[in-house]
Structures are given as structure tokens and as C-alpha cells.
Design a protein around this ligand. Structure first.
Ligand SMILES: NC(=O)c1ccc[n+]([C@@H]2O[C@H](COP(=O)([O-])OP(=O)(O)OC[C@H]3O[C@@H](n4cnc5c(N)ncnc54)[C@H](O)[C@@H]3O)[C@@H](O)[C@H]2O)c1
Length: 246
């Protein structure tokens, strides 16, 4: 993967950060994106300190115009974009009766419109190169419906899996593959919010009997972003310890 340029969203922590670290280790020049001012920049500095090539940008992926400007800047500075990992997401917990319209809109804006925005502006760069890898980070909830009391989250991830298949077909003639990974129960800040009871329930449902690690998701993303995965497109790879077998 020497000198490939990889854009990873939601890369300041958790799975996104592990993906950025892995791709940097594999030799990519990594562009980290996060909404929190300075967070992606800090993560990029940490990667650079270990010898990787990385730069951070503060961008809200839900904002169409901001994503357009960001991609323009990356194009200008790097001249190419080879890999896009749409990982940024949010969750708003509640029930149908308690979640608000703004909760629903925020989840859809980041989890579904965000990847659309990024694909919209990155795909033309990849089309010109006649090569590209897009990997979307979905969730087990795309298959099962949400099981953590967050009515918008599962539908946003199911939409992302559908977008993956739709774009896989549209972009295939340009040598661009589009795939998804569907993690479950990965040790990150998102899952750290679970109650003890919820954690116990989750573990009971995992045949492998443990939580997953961000690095295990990163390994799957790195594979889908590699040359070796060139005949895989429109697929969703489950990373869930056996909790759901499609
Ligand atoms: N942790 C799990 O168990 C689990 C399970 C299934 C799916 N996932 C998915 O994996 C991905 C990463 O999850 P995580 O647990 O590492 O989450 P996290 O909450 O630890 O990290 C999310 C990242 O996204 C960024 N982000 C949020 N809103 C953004 C926006 N509008 N624009 C740009 N960046 C934004 C945050 O700053 C952060 O860097 C998400 O897509 C999540 O839905 C996680």
C-alpha cells in the first residue's frame, strides 16, 4: 500500500483511530477526520510520532459544503485519494416515544448522509484514477434492528449497507470497490456507555464469549482496502464473535 492516500472519518478515537493507525502502519498517507476541533489533529500527531504519515482535519461529515471543501483541500495537497473509510457515527438512545426529532435527524445526518457526502466528493477523484476502495462501517444493527434502545441507529446502518450495494454497482466500472463491515460489541467509548447489565446480556449472545477489539475491525477494513480484495464488492463483512450469522 505504499504511498496510497486514505481518508478515515471519525478517526480521533475507537475503531476509526485503530483503522487510521493500521493503514499508516501499512504505508498509507492517512488523512484523519473528526468533528471535535483538534481531536483528529492530535491523533494524527500521535501516528506521526510513531513514524506514520498522517494529518488531521476537523470536519463535520454531516455538512455537505464542509465535506466538499475538505475533499478539495485533500485533492490539492495530496493529488489523489485511494481509500475512503466512512466510520464516523453517533447514537442517540431512547424509545420511539422518548427520542426527539432532532435525535433522529442527527443520527441520519452523521451515519447515513455523512457517508453519502464523503462518497459524493471522493468518488470523482477515484473515478479519475480508475482505482479506489470505499469501506463503510455499519453495525450488526443493520441486520437485527437496533438492540440498544436507539430507534434511529439501526435504520441508519441498514441504509448504509444498502448505500454500499448501490454504490458498489455504480462505481464498479471505474475499478472502485465499495464494501461494509458490520461490527458488534467492540471495546470503545461508544460501548463503554453500556450498563453492566447490558454488557452481561451482550456477552451472553456472543459465541466467542468476549468483546472485540478495535484492531480486529481495523484488520478487516485494511483487507477490504487492499489489492487482494479486488474481486469483493457490495459485501458486508460481519465482525461480531458469531453473535449474528447471516
Ligand atoms: N463500538 C462498537 O461496539 C460498535 C458496534 C457496531 C458498530 N460500530 C460502529 O463503528 C464506528 C466507530 O464506532 P466507535 O465505537 O469507535 O465510536 P466512537 O463514538 O468511539 O467514535 C466515533 C468517532 O466519530 C466522530 N464523529 C462523530 N460525529 C462526527 C461528525 N459529524 N463528523 C465527523 N466525525 C464525527 C467522533 O469524533 C469519533 O472520532 C461507528 O460507525 C459505529 O456505529 C461500533
Amino acid at each position: 500500500m505504499e504511498a496510497r492516500v486514505a481518508v478515515v472519518t471519525g478517526a480521533s478515537r475507537g475503531i476509526g483511530r485503530a483503522v487510521a493507525e493500521r493503514l499508516a502502519k501499512d504505508g498509507c498517507r492517512v488523512v484523519l477526520v473528526s468533528v471535535r476541533a483538534g481531536a483528529a489533529e492530535d491523533a494524527a500527531e500521535a501516528i506521526a510520532r510513531t513514524g506514520g504519515q498522517a494529518r488531521g482535519f476537523s470536519v463535520d461529515v454531516a455538512r455537505y459544503k464542509d465535506v466538499e471543501q475538505f475533499v478539495e483541500q485533500v485533492k490539492k495537497e495530496y493529488g489523489r485519494i485511494d481509500i475512503l473509510v466512512n466510520n464516523a457515527a453517533v447514537i442517540r438512545r431512547g424509545t420511539l416515544l422518548s427520542v426527539t426529532e432532532s435525535d433522529w435527524d442527527a443520527v441520519m445526518a452523521v451515519n447515513l448522509k455523512g457517508p453519502f457526502n464523503c462518497c459524493k466528493f471522493v468518488a470523482p477523484v477515484m473515478m479519475e484514477q480508475r482505482w479506489g476502495r470505499i469501506v463503510n462501517v455499519a453495525s450488526i444493527a443493520a441486520h437485527t434492528g437496533d438492540i440498544t434502545s436507539a430507534p434511529g441507529y439501526g435504520p441508519s446502518k441498514a441504509g448504509l449497507v444498502n448505500l454500499t450495494k448501490t454504490l458498489a454497482r455504480e462505481l464498479a466500472p471505474y475499478g472502485i470497490t465499495v464494501n461494509a463491515v458490520a461490527p458488534h460489541a467492540i471495546e470503545t467509548d461508544m460501548s463503554a456507555q453500556w450498563s453492566e447489565e447490558r454488557r452481561r446480556q451482550v456477552l451472553q449472545g456472543i459465541p466467542l464469549g468476549r468483546m472485540g477489539r478495535p484492531e480486529e475491525v481495523a484488520a478487516a477494513v485494511a483487507f477490504l482496502a487492499s489489492d487482494e480484495a479486488g474481486f469483493i464488492t457490495g459485501a458486508t463483512l460481519d465482525i461480531n464473535g458469531g453473535a449474528w450469522m447471516g
